[in-house]
Design a protein around this ligand. Structure first.
Ligand code: SF4
Ligand code: SF4
Length: 397
C-alpha cells in the first residue's frame, strides 16, 4: 500500500471531511446524459416587467454542462449572484452564455449590500451606493455583459434594508446607467415585511422569495405576495424543495417534484429556481409542467414531510438572542441545509464566511441554550456544518 506523505494525508483528511459533510462525489463534477425532447411548457408573466418566462427556471450553482443542458431544455433564466463561488459562478455563467442570443434569455444577478448585519438584517453607516455600483461593474465584467435584465439587492430581511436611502440610490443609479432594466430584492427571512417594504418603496419590480410547503408562516407570505402582485410586482420562488431531504443521512427525501408543484400552484409566482444538479433533476423539475395539479399521493407525501422537522429552518427567528455566543442561528441552519440537503457546500461556506463563523464555535459551551421550535439539535448542527470553514475551496463543489 502506498505510504501517505503529510500532504497526501491532509488531502485524504479533507476529502473525507468533505465527503462526510454531504456524502457527495468530489470535484471534478461532470454531468452526463442528454435532455429529452421538451415537453409542455407553461409561461407566466413577471409582474409589470411584462416578461414571459417558463414557470421553471434554475439555479446556476453547478457547472457549465448543467447550464448547457438547461438551455437545451428551454430554460430562459439562470439564477446567480455576485458572491456565489467567490465570483466564479458569474464567470462560468458568462462563459456559457456569451455565444447565446441574450435578447431571448432573462439575465440576472444579485448583490448583497456591504455592511449589512446578517443577524439583524440592518444596513450600517458604512454602506455606500458607490461600493454597490463597483460590485455591479465587477459582476457585469464576469458575466461578459453590458447589462443584466434584472438586478436584485440580495438577502434582505428588514424594511430598513429594503428602503435604506443609499440602497435605493444605488439601485436607481444602476438603472439610470443602463446596467439593468429592472430592479428587485431577494429574501430568505422575514419575507412578508420585505415584500411589503418593496411594494411601498415603489422602486422594485420583482421579489425573489423563499416559498415552500414547510414554511410555518406561509399564509403570511402568501398574503404579502397577493398584495404585491396586485401592485404589479413579479415574484420568483426559491427554496421550493425545503431542504431536499428530511434527514442528514439522506434516507428520506422530500418529494421534490411535488414540492415544486406545490409552490407553483400560486399563480402569482411567475417562475421558480429549483436547485438542479443532475440531468435527472432537470428533467424532473421541467416535467412538473406536464401536469401541474398535485396528485393525491403527492399531497400525502407533502403532508408527511410537513410534519417532519427535516433540514429546513423556517428562519422564524424565534431562537433569536438565545445563543450565548450570539451566533446567527437561522443563517447557520441555512448553511446546514445547503450542505446536507442541496449539496451546495460552496454556497454554505460563503454564507458562513459572511458571518465570520469559526470551526466548532460551540466547543467551549456546554448545555446549549437555543431552543428551536422545530426541535432542531442546534449545537449539533452548528458543529456539523462549521467544519466547512476549514475546508479549502478546491475541495468543495
Ligand atoms: S452550544 Fe453553540 S449554539 Fe448553543 S448556546 Fe452555546 S454557542 Fe450557542
Ligand atoms: S433554528 Fe428553529 S427556532 Fe431558530 S429560526 Fe430556525 S426554525 Fe426558527
Amino acid at each position: 500500500m502506498m505510504k501517505r506523505t503529510s500532504t497526501n494525508a491532509r488531502r485524504h483528511f479533507l476529502k473525507t471531511t468533505v465527503a462526510g459533510l454531504a456524502g457527495v462525489t468530489l470535484l471534478p463534477h461532470t454531468v452526463e446524459g442528454t435532455t429529452k425532447k421538451s415537453n409542455k411548457v407553461i409561461y407566466r408573466t413577471l409582474g409589470r416587467t411584462g416578461i414571459r418566462l417558463p414557470i421553471v427556471s434554475m439555479g446556476a450553482m453547478k457547472d457549465a454542462a448543467m447550464i448547457k443542458a438547461g438551455l437545451a431544455k428551454g430554460v430562459l433564466h439562470f439564477d446567480t449572484a455576485h458572491s456565489y463561488q467567490k465570483g466564479k459562478n458569474e464567470t462560468m455563467l458568462g462563459e456559457v452564455l456569451k455565444g447565446q442570443d441574450l435578447s431571448k434569455l432573462f439575465t440576472v444577478t444579485k448583490i448583497v449590500p456591504e455592511d449589512m448585519d446578517r443577524q439583524t438584517g440592518l444596513i450600517g453607516d458604512g454602506f455606500t451606493a458607490d461600493k454597490f455600483l463597483e460590485m455591479l461593474d465587477i459582476s457585469l465584467e464576469r458575466l461578459q455583459m453590458k447589462s443584466v435584465d434584472l438586478l436584485y439587492v440580495h438577502a434582505l430581511s428588514t424594511k430598513q434594508a429594503v428602503q435604506h436611502p443609499e440602497v435605493m440610490k444605488a439601485a436607481r443609479e444602476a438603472k439610470a446607467q443602463g446596467k439593468c432594466k429592472y430592479l428587485g430584492v431577494s429574501t430568505h427571512k422575514n419575507e412578508p415585511e420585505v415584500i411589503r417594504a418593496a411594494i411601498e418603496a415603489g422602486l422594485y419590480d420583482v421579489v425573489l422569495t423563499a416559498y415552500n410547503f414547510k414554511q410555518d408562516h406561509i399564509e403570511a407570505i402568501k398574503a404579502a405576495i397577493t398584495e404585491g402582485a396586485a401592485k404589479g410586482i413579479g415574484f420568483v420562488a426559491m427554496k421550493t424543495m425545503a431542504g431536499g431531504f428530511l434527514d442528514k443521512d439522506k434516507t428520506q427525501a422530500v418529494n421534490t417534484k411535488a414540492a415544486l408543484k406545490w409552490a407553483l400552484q400560486n399563480e402569482n409566482i411567475c417562475t421558480s429556481i429549483p436547485s438542479v444538479a443532475t440531468i435527472d433533476q432537470l428533467e424532473e423539475s421541467w416535467s412538473v409542467m406536464e401536469k401541474l395539479k398535485l396528485t393525491k399521493e403527492e399531497e400525502q407525501d407533502l403532508s408527511f414531510a410537513r410534519d417532519y422537522a427535516g433540514l429546513y429552518c423556517n428562519a422564524c427567528n424565534q431562537c433569536a438572542g438565545q445563543c450565548r455566543q450570539n451566533l446567527p442561528i437561522p443563517e447557520i441552519m441555512r448553511s446546514y441545509m445547503y450542505t446536507y440537503g442541496y449539496r451546495e457546500m460552496g454556497k454554505a461556506k460563503e454564507l458562513l464566511a459572511t458571518m465570520d463563523v469559526v470551526n466548532d464555535p460551540c466547543s467551549d459551551c456546554s448545555n446549549c441554550q437555543v431552543s428551536c421550535v422545530k426541535n432542531f439539535a442546534v449545537s449539533e448542527k452548528v458543529k456539523a456544518v462549521s467544519r466547512l470553514v476549514d475546508v479549502p475551496d478546491d475541495f468543495i463543489s
